[in-house]
Write a protein that binds this ligand. Structure first.
Ligand code: SAH
Ligand code: SF4
Length: 420
């Protein structure tokens, strides 16, 4: 997900603060690490947790349904708010479990309304706390939340900064769902609107987070079970209730898992193609050596539910002199023949030491024209601001935070590209 933020508004969890320097903040509702969370459990697992805590078996399903609604429809962060649950049971639940959110380390708000949160997830077992980034991109009539599935990535796409960060760990379903809940908390997007300072409140009947894309850090199909649970919770009609069509899972091409994603999760698919021949794709997306383009496209052709109304999005990062020629565009069109597809052209977001440059604007437009003329929609993902770059592949965590020197180099690079 390509997002450019400015640093002019940096808020704490409670109030917007002016000033350029990101200052770490602590959210008041930061969760206690030691208690298990009820967030991220499928309904049967939620009911079992209640039974284990002492709820009578014959009541467990009904109670699980009530709690589910409070957690995902109303977005409450405190058991005390669950007014149709008896006082004693609320006290018992509060003693045994938590429903608090991860700590919001920083919240940045761009001048165009784009928001980025750095969230600290508590340690798991012998591990240590990890940090992940979640980005909200408002557009006219809709808003997209870009969610992370892993801390770092085991794949090593040569143009992606996340790929240089070795995997720290998979996120749990709780941590994936929590990214959605935090965004809704901070935007004022839960029905009935608890509205923190600085919230954008939706107009009657509309929603601020209307779409989710699994395009943050990590390869979602390498964390299949947790991603599946999280997305089934996000699309459950009695909770967050986002239609599966409005949820997009982006993969670099983990071929054996693609059919399962369609059958078991049923969300829209995006594929990071980035090249129209194996020689180039082997370099850009090394996973291609294992699952070459022909196998990847076969899996796409068989994607459950694929139709003209439900197209696959092919992502294509524009790299100067690497994959951006008119003959590359024609090869791409030939390759995708017969697949209901959209092609998303992503201007490359530079990072120090990447060795790549973004294609010139005219080159990107010429490429888009060829693709359009062949009948494919080919939107160019436009950056949305110009002060700090926060792009997919550049998302960083506490685990391997960008050093000050590296950040300065990045900012200088962005400033330089502005002057072109
Ligand atoms: N791992 C998954 C999803 C996360 S990456 C995947 O690769 O699909 C989301 C998108 O951002 C991918 O298409 C990825 O190739 C692209 N991306 C990564 N680094 C980038 C960069 N520096 N500039 C532009 N796009 C980038
Ligand atoms: Fe991982 Fe996706 Fe980056 Fe490749 S592009 S390294 S799969 S996050």
């Amino acid at each position: 997900m390509t997002v450019v933020l400015d640093a002019t508004r940096q808020t704490t969890a409670d109030a917007p603060v002016a000033g350029p320097a990101p200052a770490p903040v602590v959210a008041s509702a930061a969760r206690a690490a030691e208690k298990p969370s009820l967030i991220g459990l499928e309904r049967p697992a939620l009911a079992s947790a209640l039974v284990a805590a002492g709820v009578a078996e014959r009541q467990a399903r009904m109670r699980a349904n009530q709690i589910w609604q409070w957690l995902y429809h109303y977005g409450v962060t405190d058991f005390a708010a669950m007014t149709n649950v008896g006082k004693d049971l609320r006290a018992l639940l509060a003693e045994r479990f938590t429903i608090a959110r991860p700590e919001i380390v920083t919240e940045q708000i761009s001048s165009d309304g784009t928001r980025k949160w750095l969230l600290r997830m508590p340690a798991r077992g012998a591990g240590r706390p990890v940090e992940v980034e979640t980005v909200y991109i408002p557009e006219v009539g809709r808003g997209t939340l870009c969610v992370s599935s892993q801390v770092g990535c085991t794949l090593t796409c040569s143009f992606c900064h996340t790929g240089t960060q070795t995997l720290v760990r998979n996120l749990t379903a709780e941590e994936i769902v929590a990214q959605v809940l935090v965004a809704r908390d901070r935007l004022g997007d839960h029905p009935g609107g608890r509205t923190p300072d600085g919230a954008m409140v939706p107009t009657e009947g509309s929603r601020l987070v209307s779409n989710i894309v699994m395009m943050g850090m990590g390869e979602p199909l390498y964390n299949f079970d947790e991603v599946k649970t999280a997305l089934l919770i996000a699309s459950d009609g009695e909770g967050i209730a986002l239609s599966r069509r409005r949820i997009t899972l982006s993969t670099s091409g983990v071929v054996p898992m693609i059919a399962r994603a369609g059958e078991e999760i049923g969300v829209s698919l995006a594929v990071s193609l980035h090249a129209a021949n194996d020689a180039t794709r082997d370099v850009l997306v090394p996973l291609n050596k294992k699952y070459p383009i022909a196998e990847l496209l076969d899996a796409c052709r068989r994607y459950p539910g694929l139709s003209n109304a439900r197209r696959i999005t092919f992502e294509y990062v524009m790299l100067k002199g690497v994959n951006d020629s008119p003959s590359d565009a024609r090869a791409l069109v030939r390759l995708l023949k017969g697949i209901p597809a959209k092609i998303n052209l992503i201007p490359f977001n530079p990072w120090p030491g990447s060795g790549y440059e973004c294609s010139d604007w005219e080159t990107i437009e010429a490429f888009a024209d060829i693709v359009n003329e062949a009948g494919y929609a080919s939107p160019i993902r436009t950056p949305r601001g110009r002060d700090i770059l926060a792009a997919c592949g550049q998302l960083k965590s506490e685990s391997q935070r960008m050093r000050a020197r590296e950040r300065l180099a990045l900012e200088a690079m962005v400033a330089g590209s502005d002057e072109d």
